[in-house]
Design a protein around this ligand. Structure first.
Ligand code: LLP
Length: 432
């Protein structure tokens, strides 16, 4: 397993900033989500400081679907970046952690009336419209509830860019459910219509081409295509476009198969390219935003499991069972996602056997890793899976009534519990 900068080997054991995983496991139990705060803070600052322009205002919007807790929201608020939200729940959790609703961008392809009203009431700064029908619905809702309000909106458009990633997380193909397609012959009419709605102030466009994308080129192409489109809109309609949002999607390392580019290093070039294209297109752009989620949090998160039973099947497969699984990490089952892992108490032992790491849910697909070479494992060992910061906690479930894990944050000075483990009572809390 590739170690993170916060993981060190001490006396033949792996530690997190010097904290022994066995002691962590004894204090907080397993399975446990562990989040390294300093590395997250450093990355956010890196993005924020490198995504700067002298031509327009820039903003990093944290795509909080990747990982959102009150404590993460507190950090986001403190780090002075905005938040991409996709539901009333994310607005609520963001505000609970102190994020200013003005700095929220509300996405989603089917925001309900209740959610739109909730967003307006709570002062969400920007609503990213998914389609024409939503624009009319939002305008009508404002008219009925808050006559004087004018809501700043962007329109999500789909540039039809094919980037290589898993099809479930690809969002800008021509049959995608997200946004209005820029190649649609009626698009300029649709935009003029939205721009004419009296309670909406359409200032620009948003596009997001997908997630876990490794080619920097795809982002450049998508930005060129959006700028080119914005120029056409300015020519064909009376709309003044002052804001563009290029979405998220920067790929990260999970295993040796992944070769992500260095985003922090890339951002200044990306900004220069956008500046140039905007100047050439003579667009009056005042603000440009990006929305990274996974690339900000993934490497700061890991999951600690206790090894339970081991079993060899008739065909010779070695199963290593852990005390969590698809209920805390659905990604292998859903996207065939791959992970690396290590036995923290045997970190310096040499790998001897190939194991299939499986969870405890009643589902054959409940696996974390299909095949991994590890030192000989015994029940009671601790298995650590790295790169679980994004889309693990937020996609966890209570399948089989398995309680969701707790989460701790490790800081330079201390360890703090940020999410309590579900109790059995929590599992039936809403039931009458
Ligand atoms: N902006 C929009 C509009 C998005 O839809 C997304 C992700 C992002 C930003 C952030 O993308 P990121 O930087 O995190 O790649 N559950 C899947 C990923 C789904 C992503 C959905 N949208 C997974 O576990 O891989």
């Amino acid at each position: 397993m590739k170690l993170e900068s916060y993981q060190q080997i001490k006396d033949d054991r792996l530690t997190h900033r010097g904290y022994d995983y066995e002691r962590i496991a004894q204090e907080y139990q397993t399975p446990l989500y562990i989040f390294d705060e300093p590395s997250f803070i450093e990355r956010v600052k890196g993005y924020r400081d490198q995504f700067q322009s002298e031509v327009f205002e820039t903003e990093i919007l944290y795509a909080s679907k990747a990982l959102l807790t009150k404590e993460i929201a507190r950090l986001v608020a403190r780090l002075d970046i905005g938040q991409d939200v996709v539901s009333a729940g994310e607005i609520y959790a963001g505000q609970a952690g102190g994020i200013d609703a003005k700095r929220m961008y509300f996405h989603g392809n089917n925001k309900t009336d209740q959610e739109l009203l909730y967003a307006i009431k709570n002062g969400v700064g920007t609503i990213v419209l998914d389609n024409q029908s939503e624009a009319h619905r939002l305008n009508h809702l404002i008219q009925q509830s808050n006559e004087g309000h004018i809501q700043k909106v962007l329109l999500r458009v789909n540039p039809g860019i094919e980037a290589s990633t898993h099809e479930y997380i690809l969002t800008a193909t021509n049959d995608s459910k997200f946004g209005e397609n820029i190649h649609d012959s009626e698009i300029f009419m649709v935009i003029s219509e939205i721009a004419a709605l009296s309670h909406l102030n359409l200032v620009g466009f948003h596009s997001h081409i997908g997630s876990q994308i490794f080619e920097a080129d795809s982002f450049l192409k998508a930005s060129e295509s959006l700028i080119d489109f914005a120029q056409k809109v300015m020519e064909q309609t009376a709309l003044k476009i002052t804001e563009l949002n290029f979405g998220g999607g920067f790929g990260v390392y999970y295993t040796e198969e992944d070769q992500p580019f260095d985003v922090i290093d890339y951002l200044p070039r990306f900004v220069k390219q956008i500046e140039k294209a905007i100047q050439e297109a003579k667009l009056p752009i005042e603000k440009v935003a990006i929305e990274p989620g996974r690339s900000l949090v993934n490497a700061s998160g890991s999951t600690l499991y206790r090894v339970g039973d081991l079993k060899q099947t008739l065909s010779g497969k070695h199963y290593l069972f852990v005390d969590g699984g698809m209920t805390d990490n659905i990604r292998p089952a859903l996207y065939q996602a791959k992970y690396e892992a290590a036995l923290v108490n045997k970190i310096t032992d040499s790998a001897k056997a190939s194991y299939t790491i499986a969870g405890k849910a009643c589902e054959s697909g409940d696996k974390i890793i299909e095949s991994i070479m590890l030192p000989e494992a015994t029940p009671g060992d601790l298995l650590l899976v790295n790169g679980t910061g994004a889309y693990n906690f937020t996609m966890a479930s209570n399948y089989n009534y398995i309680p969701r894990p707790a989460m701790i944050h490790v800081t330079e000075e201390t360890i703090k519990l940020t999410v309590k483990r579900d109790t059995l009572d929590d599992l039936v809390r809403n039931q009458l």
